[in-house]
Write a protein that binds this ligand. Structure first.
Ligand SMILES: [Zn+2]
Length: 243
């Protein structure tokens, strides 16, 4: 899924400019900006659902997860992903207690071991894969060191994604601009991405629902997308929510 795309045809002038813009952004953005303006829109466009960044205060409670999201299989089952986001290069120099690769390892172990709560399924779930994402480079030495520290069971969860892979995404569904938020089709204001609140359950009783949608604060227009339509096939969940 994340293998490098084939670079067969050369980049167009527009793509080179776009790539340079994104590179400049990666150099200067804060970790929160990198997450919210680049990673969240990218994963949304790739078809992941409920791409939810943890706020500042939640981060410590989220056990090393800066972001979680889910992806629906053709069988209607969900698989769960977390992302750990680093602004800086991840390298293996000085793998002592306070080097950044050691921090990444500690957080990766925590993320793998601690379940996340999916309000739509109303239960805790273990994650299937963990993206380790850096706005800089993740050196080969760092990747090898991390993989060596993890046991076989933990190792299979990890997917690395660094600057080069991120820039390559431009050609295969990546963000074509840094602001991917929808403009309202009625009044052209920027729309806000909305999710169901954890306390809501009524939508689980309907034949289908939208896991996320855009809302225009200016004119109250609600925009749904077919891509985020979810069928309530699990009847046991539906009846549990009814009681
Ligand atoms: Zn509007």
């Amino acid at each position: 899924m994340w293998s490098k795309p084939q670079q067969t045809c050369p980049l167009s002038h527009e793509e080179i400019v776009q790539r340079q813009k994104l590179a400049n952004f990666l150099d200067t953005a804060s970790e929160d900006d990198f997450t919210e303006k680049a990673i969240v829109p990218l994963f949304q466009r790739l078809g992941f659902h409920r791409v939810s960044p943890s706020g500042h205060t939640e981060k410590t409670l989220e056990f090393g997860k800066d972001l979680w999201m889910k992806y629906q299989l053709p069988t209607s089952h969900w698989i769960y992903f977390c992302a750990q986001v680093k602004k800086d290069k991840i390298d293996a120099s000085g793998t002592g207690g306070n080097s950044n690769v050691a921090t990444v390892l500690t957080q990766a172990r925590m993320a793998i071991d601690h379940p996340i709560f999916d309000p739509e399924a109303n239960r805790k779930v273990l994650l299937d894969h963990l993206f380790l994402i850096s706005a800089g480079e993740i050196t080969q030495a760092a990747r090898m060191w991390l993989v060596e520290q993890l046991d076989a069971g933990q190792r299979r969860h990890i997917i690395f994604m660094d600057r080069d892979e991120f820039l390559d995404r431009l050609r295969t569904g990546g963000p074509s601009s840094l602001r991917q938020f929808m403009k309202c089709p009625k009044c052209s204001q920027e729309m806000e991405r909305r999710f169901h609140k954890p306390s809501e359950t009524a939508y689980l009783l309907k034949p289908y629902y939208f896991s996320e949608w855009d809302y225009c604060k200016a004119c109250r227009h609600v925009q749904h997308y077919e891509n985020y339509k979810v069928y309530n096939k699990d009847r046991s969940l539906t009846s549990a929510a009814a009681t």
